[in-house]
Design a protein. Structure first.
Length: 110
């Protein structure tokens, strides 16, 4: 499964994390920057993406509907891209477990 970086995250993360999460993308690359959470959710579900976001709305939607798509909720506030990248790299094993385990729907990284 691939990661889909939400609008609130830098597009640079796609290339910076390509070594551990190849085939990932950003909502802007798919014309989704101004779309609703529902439209992004449906795009991710249809195209086998896991949404990586700082938006609590996606985590809440995951609690209500389960997956797909799976959600990685970054709880680091408005942090620099280098900090976000480090958080994702530190959580890479947990993200892989989320992606591989059908019983898991949402992961929070702090």
């Amino acid at each position: 499964m691939k990661l889909l970086f939400d609008q609130n995250l830098s597009r640079k993360l796609v290339t910076r994390l390509a070594d551990i999460f190849p085939d990932s993308s950003h909502v802007q690359f798919h014309g989704l920057a101004e779309k609703t959470d529902t439209e992004i959710w449906e795009f991710a579900r249809t195209n086998d993406f896991c949404i990586l976001t700082q938006d609590a709305d996606f985590a809440e939607r995951s609690r209500l509907y389960g997956s797909p798509p799976k959600i990685v909720w970054l709880r680091c506030g408005n942090a620099p891209t280098n900090h976000v990248e480090a958080l994702i790299r530190a959580g890479a094993e947990a993200i892989q477990e989320l992606l591989n385990n059908p019983d898991l729907h949402c992961l929070e990284l702090h």
